[in-house]
Design a protein around this ligand. Sequence first.
Ligand SMILES: Nc1nc2c(ncn2[C@@H]2O[C@H](COP(=O)(O)OP(=O)(O)OP(=O)(O)O)[C@@H](O)[C@H]2O)c(=O)[nH]1
Ligand SMILES: [Mg+2]
Length: 190
Amino acid sequence: MNVNYKMIMIGDAAVGKTSLIYRYISNIFMDTYASTTITSFVSKRVKDINLNIWDSAGQERFKSLVPSFFRQVKTIVIVFSAEDPKSFEKSKEWYDLIQKTVTEPAQIIMVQNMIDKVQNKTVSQNILDYTKEHNMQFCQCSAKTGEGVQELFNIILSHANSIMPELKQRQEELLHTIITEERIKCSCCE
Ligand SMILES: Nc1nc2c(ncn2[C@@H]2O[C@H](COP(=O)(O)OP(=O)(O)OP(=O)(O)O)[C@@H](O)[C@H]2O)c(=O)[nH]1
Ligand SMILES: [Mg+2]
């Protein structure tokens, strides 16, 4: 039985959330910016895992809608841009939003994207301190060159594998509930 694994990309507008997903799923990169307005997901099957990757809208006007997609999420990726230090400051607000709204344990990863755009790739100490202090994993990526993207998803898949018994049990319980409900429906129609 394949297990479903839900993850979501969040972060400010134009930091590269959609581009990272395109790079991972289809190995493509598009220079043109088409802002995401509707949260949706794409799936990739990796061995026995259906990785459901939700892509959210980073624009401020959509921010309040994002937590409604956190239900049953197992990994949250907060993306910011290496080129724009303000986007790291804003990612702290995204972290606070997770703290306020996510009730179940989830892996949280901070991603510094667009590292192809900066000469000095050294991660600043305040970023390292912040991620460590909040128990987050940290990755540097470029959706444009593909650098770090596979590594990011390997971290996520490794987490998925580490909670596999829990995922399987949950899925079986869900299936059982659906079958039971169908039986009840059928017997009441007889
Ligand atoms: N150079 C470079 N450009 C990137 C990278 N990632 C994304 N971009 C560009 O940055 C722009 C925004 O990328 P998106 O992936 O649409 O950003 P987003 O975070 O999904 O934005 P919203 O959907 O508005 O929240 C696009 O023009 C991309 O081509 C990267 O790693 N390097
Ligand atoms: Mg997008």
